[in-house]
Ligand binder design. Structure first.
Ligand SMILES: *Cc1c(COP(=O)(O)O)cnc(C)c1O
Length: 222
């Protein structure tokens, strides 16, 4: 069993050290604690230790776990980090404070409609398929300008770009590329870095690291 408060303190200090190396301020980087598969009690322990931003990858799971947590802990915010089906856009806009997985025109349409309907403006990251992997979600780099234009045309609040680099290969070049694409498009946010590589991501400009197993321990079977 990991002690949640100790795990959180360790991740925070490693983030701060990586930021300092790059001449950045620790406050420039938000730690998104990825709680997928972990029960509400584990999340509550991390909230008690001071963590305020959480991430889930599935709308169905979040809908079950989070409404009660939200009532109990009003200061907590919740980010969607996983693929979103267009028919779940309404639920996602209602439940989440930020969406990291905008990756196609049909989702632009669905999210714009959902935000209009609810009156809630939920900041979105456009997910980029940074390693051009066939099996991965995310918009192709070549299509990014068109997708960003569609999102702006639909008045979606796009805050930055997100990526999950390919596994088994040094992630730094992919983080550097996402950082460059983000700057080229004049966006402030970079959602990159996970348990195994968040320090590298912080050194290369990440504003949101998404850390799960290093905080909660191994993912539980679902
Ligand atoms: C699960 C997940 C994470 C966290 O992964 P860890 O390796 O457990 O830190 C980050 N981003 C996305 C998109 C995920 O699905």
């Amino acid at each position: 069993m990991t002690d949640p408060a100790a795990a959180l303190a360790e991740i925070q200090s490693r983030m701060a050290r990586a930021a300092a190396v790059a001449g950045r301020k620790a406050e420039e980087v938000t730690l998104v604690a990825v709680s997928k598969t972990h029960p509400a009690e584990a999340i509550a322990q991390l909230i008690a230790a001071g963590q305020r931003v959480f991430g889930e990858n599935r709308v169905q799971e979040a809908v079950v776990k989070w409404p009660a947590l939200r009532d109990r802990y009003p200061g907590v915010s919740l980010h969607l980090i996983g693929q979103l089906q267009s028919n779940k856009a309404d639920e996602a806009v209602e439940l989440f404070d930020c969406i990291h997985s905008l990756d196609r025109p049909s989702l632009v349409t669905a999210l714009a409609r959902a935000m209009d309907k609810s009156g809630r403006q939920v900041p979105c990251f456009v997910q980029v398929n940074i390693g051009a992997e066939a099996q991965k979600g995310g918009c192709a780099i070549a299509y990014l300008p068109a997708l960003l234009a569609e999102a702006r045309g639909a008045d979606l609040p796009v805050t930055g770009l997100m990526c999950v680099p390919p596994e088994g290969i040094e992630p730094a070049p992919f983080f550097a590329l996402l950082d460059k694409l983000t700057a080229d498009h004049g966006l402030p946010g970079r959602s990159m870095g996970m348990s195994g590589d968040f320090e590298t991501a912080v050194m290369l400009g990440s504003t949101h690291v998404r850390v799960g197993s290093a905080l909660f321990g191994s993912r539980l079977a679902t």
